[in-house]
Design a protein around this ligand. Structure first.
Ligand SMILES: Cc1ncc(C[n+]2csc(CCOP(=O)(O)OP(=O)(O)O)c2C)c(N)n1
Ligand SMILES: [Mg+2]
Length: 563
């Protein structure tokens, strides 16, 4: 409906779906529930403009909505039922919160007439999602649907982007009202002031070893291109934080690596010895800062400039010489226009790049299948527009260290370290970008947290290549177990299904790869398969990380204990 059309009587469900249309939504993810049948019925009428992607578990649906939000910068939309559906979806809401992803979760709710009786599947979603979302509300009256959906969309994208939850009592969805639609939402963002930019330029001109750190949410392709121009004009070395490597083309000569788990010691030295740290976008969380040890708290020893989309984040952990509250596109555009300083650190920037390239050379590992070689192959083989997704596990370190992300939104991964993200995010990416190759990485543990979404890939013909790195253990936890409690293994051994056969049961192409030399041909078969494909890579559990084997970690810990 057009906002200027005469107001007609509609159900709450119709008002809701018309509001989504008005905000430009064209794809939503969900698992149905009887609590929101009236909204589903309105989606039936809107089926030509809004695609409802039906998923197999709400955790998968919420992860897909998160991936959609990351890829488009517009709120990903997810529909789930009350109580159990909402509980399943919560992992994706938490991820969206930590990743600053715009997302709106709609939860069918018990009717207003029975609320607070602990009716069937009833839970107060405001309390349930209180700490996980920017705003949680319940729309009790149909006439307020347009207003509250508009508020939700504004909030999801503005300031520090994030998730919003709206509960929908089922009687409200069926009740009628004559409310007008609202116009489409707008994003609200702060801009840096002229003084901020002057001060930044002064600090830069006084530096000898500056370092630019990129991260966080709220970026878009233009902002990335602007920040690249700024880095080039000032010859700045650039690092990207955990899960944000795609904010800067890793092939670019100013790129010097990711600042996250498995940090290159040479890069760590560069950051410690920098005299100016310019952090644009990241919160500088625990995984980025080697458990808050990399940068001094509360006052970094380097001159410190922090730019963030949320005013509340500035000064939260790190005090600075210059704190700028700004959207990423707004800051990056101003940075591009800043007259460059005379950069006397070109040698520093080149050296940082040389260290990154050395760090990317494949390493020797125990076993027949070497993940560093596999990543080196994929680095050459995959086209630049490829999207690579990961969940959480030790396997991710191989991807981060040996692959090269080629620019904005070629990477999807949860800053929250939520396992199970790699499969659903890849399905959403492929549905959104059918022409771009999508490669999904999961560990054997990670995969089974959302492997059911292979069915969604099959149902919608999303031709993803799923790569499962099977080491037979919850490797990350085993590694920590051996390091803190050596030779006392508990709860980390896995007896796995035949993943390739499982993929075939879903109707996909599935193969097992046991040796490095077999990978290239298997990959080409997966690439050329008619359907999505799954490659199960069997790796030696001892090859837990590129820097240490599991047995060495155990031996070292035992020695430490006996001393
Ligand atoms: C949802 C969730 N549950 C538990 C964890 C804790 N955790 C982090 S990594 C990991 C093991 C991952 O195992 P796998 O996917 O096999 O990868 P590997 O570490 O073996 O490479 C676990 C259990 C988590 N991060 N997320
Ligand atoms: Mg594993």
């Amino acid at each position: 409906m057009n906002p200027s059309d005469p107001v007609v009587v509609r159900t709450g469900g119709q008002l809701l779906i018309d509001a989504l249309k008005g905000h430009g939504v064209e794809m939503v993810f969900g698992v149905p529930g009887e609590s929101y049948l009236a909204a589903l019925d309105a989606l039936y009428d809107a089926r030509d403009s809004i695609r409802f992607v039906v998923c197999r578990q709400e955790g998968g649906a919420a992860d897909m909505a998160d991936a959609y939000g990351k890829l488009t910068g517009r709120p990903g939309v997810c529909f789930v039922t009350r109580g159990p559906g909402a509980a399943n979806a919560s992992i994706g809401i938490h991820t969206a919160y930590q990743d600053s992803t715009p997302l709106v979760l709609f939860v069918g709710q018990v009717g207003n007439g029975v609320v607070e009786r602990e009716a069937f599947q009833e839970i107060d979603h405001r309390r349930m999602f209180g700490q996980m979302a920017k705003w949680v509300a319940q729309i009790d009256r149909p006439e307020r649907v347009p207003e509250m959906v508009s508020h939700a969309f504004h909030l999801a994208v503005s300031g520090r982007p994030g998730p919003v939850v709206l509960a929908l009592p089922e009687d409200m969805l069926r009740a009628t009202a004559a409310s007008a639609d609202t116009p489409r939402y707008q994003r609200v963002a702060a801009h840096p002031g002229a003084d901020d930019m002057n001060r930044l330029r002064t600090l830069l001109s006084q530096a000898r070893q500056p370092f630019l750190v990129l991260g966080g949410g709220g970026w878009n392709a233009q902002a990335c291109s602007d920040i690249q121009a700024f880095a080039e004009a000032n010859a700045l070395p650039v690092g990207c934080v955990y899960r944000c490597q795609d904010l800067f083309d890793n092939r670019h000569l100013n790129y010097s690596g990711d600042i996250s788990v498995g940090l290159n010691p040479a890069l760590e030295r560069r950051i410690r010895n920098a005299d100016l740290l310019l952090a644009v976008g990241p919160r500088l969380g625990e995984w980025t800062t080697s458990h808050y040890a990399l940068i001094d708290i509360p006052r970094p020893k380097q001159k410190f400039v922090h730019v963030h989309t949320g005013a509340e984040e500035l000064g939260r952990v790190y005090q600075g010489d210059l704190l700028i509250n700004s959207g990423m596109p707004e800051f990056s555009e101003m940075a591009r226009r800043l007259p460059p300083v005379k950069a006397e650190w070109t040698a520093f920037t080149k050296a940082a790049r040389a260290e990154y390239e050395a760090w990317q050379k494949p390493v020797a590992v125990p076993g027949q299948l070497n993940l560093s070689e596999v990543m080196a192959f994929l680095r050459e083989r995959l086209p630049a527009q490829t999207i690579v997704t990961c969940g959480a596990g030790a396997y991710v370190v191989w991807v981060h260290r040996f692959y090269r992300f080629t620019g904005f939104r070629t990477q999807l991964g949860p800053t929250s370290g939520a396992m199970g993200y790699g499969v659903p995010s890849a399905v959403a990416a492929k549905l959104l970008h059918p022409d771009r190759p999508v490669i999904s990485f999961s560990g054997d543990g990670c995969f089974l947290m959302n492997g059911q979404e292979l069915a969604t890939a099959m149902q919608y013909d999303a031709k993803v290549i799923f790569i499962v790195i099977n080491n037979g253990i919850y490797g990350t936890i085993r590694m920590n177990q051996e390091s803190h409690y050596p030779a006392r293994v508990i709860g980390t051994d896995l007896r796995n299904p035949d993943f390739a056969a499982l993929a075939r049961a879903y109707g996909l192409h599935g193969e097992v790869v046991e040796e490095t030399a077999e990978f290239a041909a298997a990959f080409e078969r997966a690439w050329n398969a008619r359907t999505a494909a799954l490659l199960e890579l069997r790796v030696d559990p001892d090859a837990i990380s590129p820097t240490a084997t599991l047995s060495a970690i155990r031996a070292h810990a035992l020695r430490r204990k006996s001393n």
